[in-house]
Design a protein around this ligand. Sequence first.
Ligand code: ADP
Ligand code: ZN
Ligand code: ZN
Length: 689
Amino acid sequence: MKFAKVIIDISAEQVDRAFTYRIPEELEDRIAPGVRVRVPFGNSNRTRIGFVIDLTDRIDFPEDRIKPIDSLLPKALDTAGDLIELAAFMASEYGCTMNQALQTVLPVKRKVGKNRRRQDPVREIEVLSGEAGEGNAAEAKRSDDETLNPEQTAVCAAILRENSRPTLLYGITGSGKTRVYIELIRHMQAAGKKSIVLIPEISLTYQTVRELTKHLGSKVAVMHSKLSLGEKYEQFQKAADGEIDVMVGPRSALFTPFTDLGLIVIDEEHERTYQSDTAPRYDTRIVAAKRAALSGARLVLGSATPSLESYTKALRGEYALQTLKKRAHPGALLPKIHIADMREEMEAGNRSIFSGRMQEMIRERLELGEQVMLFLNRRGYAGFVSCRSCGTVIKCPHCDVSMTAHNNWYYNPYTGAREAALLSCHYCGYTMPMPSSCPQCGSRFIAPFGTGTQKLEQAAKKMFPAARILRMDADSTTAKGSYEKILSTFQKGGADILIGTQMIVKGHDFPNVTLVGIIAADMSLNAPDYDASERTFQLITQAAGRSGRGGRAGDVVIQSYDPSHYAVELAARQDYEGFYYREMSYRKLLHYPPDIFMMQVRVRSEDEALAGEAADYAAGLCRDSFVSEGAVLIGPCNEGVYKINDNYRKILYIKHSSHAIIKKIREALAEALSERFGNRKVWFGFDIR
Ligand code: ADP
Ligand code: ZN
Ligand code: ZN
């Protein structure tokens, strides 16, 4: 390449205003994204230091106006170079532009708004943990016990010895993975090094954040998805200035500009939120491994239910594998699991949401003053609304999905009792009032079907009128700080039953919870994804892991319409390895990841015919050029939800055993498609698993 694009000031805003310089011949082999250079700048003869962000052969103006790079500077103890190199890696790995990658990796410079009340997210959590501690003396005392158990000590030592590979830390629920992270962070602090702890979502890992801030104090900064750009920038600035030792946050915290990075932890590594859903659609685990390699840091991936992908890498030796097999709290045992077959309940005449076993055990806990968590993976009041006369289902006018009933709507077609209700679309947010009659046939017998968390709450209140009940889901946590409030109220014993979606499932540690009820275990089994069993296994195992974490034994009741399914059965036995081998044999048989690589080519357009044409064209290209190279093409077909937000969605799958070939196919497709459809209203996305 003959020219280099250079930015002088390191921020995402500068990327679009990069300056072009000629690369002198003697430097040709050494100029790459991320290197530091000295360049002439402005009209005077002054030079300034800049960073190369991209190389190119094409320029839009006369070559004689372009000045040459003055000199190449040695790599500095500065993260900017590493981050730009990381962006270059992402651009090549995920097929995005260098600009998109840089916008993701470099800090966005924004000042905190003047009128905004400044809130320190760490403060919020510290205050909370103080309150929670007071309400539960036994718990506060236990947290003061700083000694690691022998299993934890051995794992820490092994992770620190491992200096070239990431470590997968597979530790059962309650085995004390957070303590291991804290010990590793302390070790880094002693060596003057910084740490990044990634969590899937703050509401899912409230406990982890609390533990970290409690043990590591003011040296921890927390990033929220609810922080403004200005507040995020401030946190990054603190890190760059060396004011903090640890950054905790969602996947974007991976780009914290620490200079002396010693450790990256990815907690609950199996979570889907680590897969970016906007361009560049990166996998945090892969990018973290690259950043760790660039800065010589350790990478730890922790989970009680590792993704099949990571466990496969561990078995192949690409990752080191460490395991924690015992619950850490002295005396804590794994919970006892009971399965309730809902088909049998139905036959026996039980029409309630709760099986007989569930009712009995909830009553028992309420009498003993112990706490219960009830988990249901669907928010709202009901699944869908349909007409009992003609079968019409009320659908969103912008999406190809049914509307969900909210606000405790209740309608009895036989007595006529009715309350105001709202229907909402969980895909685009569109809302409308509940129709009083069927829009198709005019019948008044139109009613909600299925169960959501709101209906579960209503049913629980009716069945256990004396119980104090809290609900936590996307509807009850829209306000800033609301999830901390719900969780700390529950933690302090301010409620007997906590009802919620997957938000309540992971990473929480409530010692007084001795019963966990999983209302509809196989709901996620029916999702149209090849990894539906894996998701179900993870959800049940994680939910079950919330029970009996203190001194008392715990129970779990799993309600299922398909109790003999291996994902349900093996989760009930907490048998991760058993599940891994069973599920892998299925993936191998049907050629799904992680056995092979699979690329999804997604096509979207508001113009249905254009979406179809573009998808067919992509499939044709693949058939003509790559099937002979061993690629397997499936589709194109409509996506599971064909229309979202007025966009028609087509998808095709391309499978291959070689990652290099899949990437080559992606590049060829992206180029050919942008050439042919570049100026038409159709959008393409590529995802490799
Ligand atoms: P995990 O994240 O693996 O599910 P946690 O880190 O939440 O587990 O730990 C579970 C519980 O055990 C917590 O209450 C924690 O304070 C406690 N714990 C962890 N390690 C120890 C230890 N070495 N001694 C006593 N209690 C511990
Ligand atoms: Zn009708
Ligand atoms: Zn919609």
